[in-house]
Design a protein around this ligand. Structure first.
Ligand code: 2YC
Ligand code: MG
Length: 259
């Protein structure tokens, strides 16, 4: 999994506000409303304990402070613990945190200490970016394309199948495609075939994964992927709306998921 860099997290709130505007323009709802629709839950100023974790590649300098910014943006009472790791976890629980947020290099979780619910960033990111794409108000059909069937893309495709969309999916690894076809019933998509989509979920760690033949005249591309999969030039030719943000949208989905 691609690890975030401090640069990725610069200008976080600005990125969120312009993405929220794009989401409102293209779906008629903002990020909070979309999360309420997905999970049927609301946030109510809960106390959030943010625990830095030193394992693996260690602390990402502004990761915890970014989580603090996000919790405050959604009206929650966030605090980064003074110590990292187990000592930090103990601090958060002892200070009556309702929700614990912590991440190592492999998994990033939200754990609700009150109802026991636990959610992962990769599933919640896949689900919320899929939901955003699926609510494109200028969509020309229920056909939706998922590019990348790793942990994030697979969760997004699964969510869209459940919502009765015609889910076409592509992954460079044939076994991964076959697994998703068997388990989710997605329609394998071949980038060579001429099939243009007005809704695309791109969830890869690669640049330029989106080609001319994939996107309809008017299209919403929803992607948590870093770097961006949309080549500059295609963005200009077609009327494309792009929702792409490194952390906030996924964390919002995690917070509503554990309510
Ligand atoms: O600062 C810390 O506490 C570090 N242990 C945080 C490590 C986060 C690793 N995960 C990532 O960089 C991201 C996820 C947030 C989503 C995709 N990659
Ligand atoms: Mg990408």
């Amino acid at each position: 999994m691609a690890l975030l860099t401090p640069q990725d997290l610069e200008g976080l709130t600005k990125h969120l506000e312009c993405n929220n505007d794009t989401i409102k323009k293209t779906t008629g709802m903002d990020i909070a409303d979309i999360c309420k629709q997905i999970y049927g839950t609301t946030l109510d100023g809960e106390k959030v304990g943010i625990v830095p974790i030193t394992s693996g590649n260690g602390i990402i300098t502004n990761f915890s402070s970014s989580l603090l910014t996000i919790t405050e943006y959604f009206g929650l009472d966030g605090a980064v613990t003074e110590h990292p790791d187990v000592t930090g976890y103990y601090e958060a629980v002892s200070s009556d945190a309702d929700i614990i947020l912590m991440a190592d290099d492999h998994i990033f979780i939200a754990h609700n200490m009150r109802n026991g619910k636990i959610a992962t960033n990769h599933v919640c990111t896949g689900v919320v970016y899929a939901e955003i794409a699926s609510r494109y108000k200028y969509a020309d059909s229920k056909d939706i394309l998922v590019i990348g069937l790793g942990r994030v893309g697979y969760a997004g495709a699964q969510h869209l199948v459940k919502r009765d969309f015609d889910v076409y999916a592509y992954d460079p690894d044939r076994k991964t495609m076959e697994k998703a076809r068997k388990e989710l019933g997605i329609i394998p998509y071949d980038p060579e075939e001429e099939h243009k989509f007005s809704m695309v979920l791109e969830a890869t760690p690669n640049p330029n994964t989106i080609s001319e033949g994939m996107v309809a005249e008017r299209c919403l591309i929803s992607t948590p992927g870093i770097p961006c999969g949309l080549p500059e030039d295609i963005g200009k030719k077609n009327e494309i709306d792009l929702v792409m943000e490194p952390l906030m949208i996924g964390v919002a989905s995690m917070l509503y998921a554990v309510m």
